[in-house]
Design a protein around this ligand. Structure first.
Ligand code: COA
Length: 373
């Protein structure tokens, strides 16, 4: 399957309803593909936030039918922060249709922070984790503490990851932190949210939409590997709580399908919900050996200008993280990188790109590999 068109809104706090983000992203994707809605045979839609904004509009597929004046099948599915990747994975599996629109939109960050944080908490396990107040920053801080005990990680390495992603976002007009670079000292001085993670180790909750048109027609960007794996919701019941088994399984599947190894990747978008998640994912995706993720960020190889830039878009940290939209936003970035039209943040001669999207605390994970034709 191929990528025929991509669209994405600016990520910010604008208080538009989710369908405005959905519409804007879709129009851009259709224009990019030189198509109209009548060329689309099916739609897969993913979103979780409308209940948080008290909207009371659950029959979204019918709402989208009206919005786009179409009667094609519309499937709604959700997998929290992993929704975009899971929706895309599903589109690749449907053989009956020539052109499928994969769409995500969230209005989220105009809620008060405590409402948004509580809503995100609903992605965690209910009986133990939620009642113990295991907010996502706390859950990830505990995982990072355990990683440090095992491998001797350093908070300074996490600051370097935040710095890299902020440097990249400053070059991305659709990122929240566009033209607003953040200095390393400011990152290190940001307040502790859940020890040892600081504010600047957390992704930024924002609103937005993204749309990808998946097609059977050959285009410049081909999907050559796709993996999806799940894991227990209770993190402490997992075999190895300091790593994401589902990333390893999804990556293994995607690399096998593509006939490639991690050394073949030129550019990657990784799910940096927290800087610690990005570091651990270097290891789970095979870009670094277990316990050596810190060496990779210190090497400079994954900064723009390095051999294999990671998160040239600015990532969830500095482009922003509109929950279900993130997985499609990653594909938007990699498509543009492979087409070679990313301006100042272009990775020179990028031919193979990878996306990695996590749902919750690692419970549903997709990895996709793309090739420039
Ligand atoms: N990075 C940089 N700046 C951030 C930020 C982040 N991650 N989060 C918030 N800010 C900024 C806001 O833009 C705002 O700036 P302004 O005053 O210039 O407008 C300021 O900090 C205060 O924002 P607010 O939302 O009130 O912060 P908060 O202290 O209530 O909450 C967090 C901050 C990080 C604790 C909260 O946003 C959080 O829990 N984030 C994690 C979200 C999450 O778990 N996502 C799912 C991952 S799987």
């Amino acid at each position: 399957m191929y990528i025929k068109g991509v669209g994405m809104t600016k990520f910010d706090y604008s208080a538009k309803p989710w369908w405005d983000f959905a519409y804007e992203a879709t129009i851009e994707a259709l224009q990019d593909a030189k198509m109209t809605m009548s060329d689309i045979d099916a739609i897969i839609f993913t979103s979780i936030s409308s209940a948080a904004s008290g909207e009371h509009q659950t029959h979204k597929v019918s709402f989208l039918s009206e919005l786009f004046k179409t009667n094609v099948p519309i499937i709604e599915l959700a997998s929290v922060c992993g929704g975009g990747g899971v929706a895309f994975w599903n589109a690749l599996k449907i053989q009956e249709y020539d052109n499928i629109l994969v769409l995500a939109a969230e209005r989220f960050a105009d809620n008060r922070s405590e409402v948004a944080v509580d809503w995100i908490l609903s992605a965690a396990e209910k009986g133990f984790e939620q009642v113990e107040g295991m907010l996502f920053p706390t859950q990830n801080a505990l995982v990072w503490q355990a990683y440090c005990e095992k491998h001797g990680g350093s908070i300074d390495d996490l600051s370097l990851i935040a710095y890299k992603n902020h440097q990249h976002a400053a070059l991305n007009p659709k990122a929240y932190f566009y033209k607003k670079p953040v200095e390393l000292e400011k990152i290190k001085a940001s307040p502790e949210v859940s020890s040892p993670l600081r504010l600047m180790d957390c992704s930024l909750s924002v609103n937005g939409g993204a749309a990808i048109i998946v097609s059977k027609e050959k285009t410049e960007v081909e999907v050559i590997g796709s993996g999806f794996a799940t894991d227990h919701i209770l993190t402490f019941e997992r075999e190895n709580p300091t790593h994401f088994k589902a990333t390893r399984l999804a990556a293994e599947k995607a690399f096998k399908q593509a006939g490639l190894t991690p050394e073949d990747i030129d550019v990657a978008e990784i799910h940096d919900a927290f800087t610690s998640v990005e570091l651990i994912s270097y290891e789970d995706l095979g870009f670094a050996e277990e316990g050596k993720g810190g060496e990779l960020i210190r090497s400079g190889r994954i900064n723009l200008g390095g051999e294999m830039p990671i998160n040239p878009s600015g990532g969830l940290k500095a482009k922003g993280h509109p929950i279900s939209v993130t997985g499609l936003a990653q594909i938007y970035e990699i498509t543009h990188q492979l087409r070679g039209d990313c301006g100042e943040r272009q990775v020179p001669s990028a031919k193979i790109g990878l996306t990695h999207n996590i749902g919750g605390a690692g419970g549903s994970i997709t990895v996709h590999i793309f090739k420039k034709n």
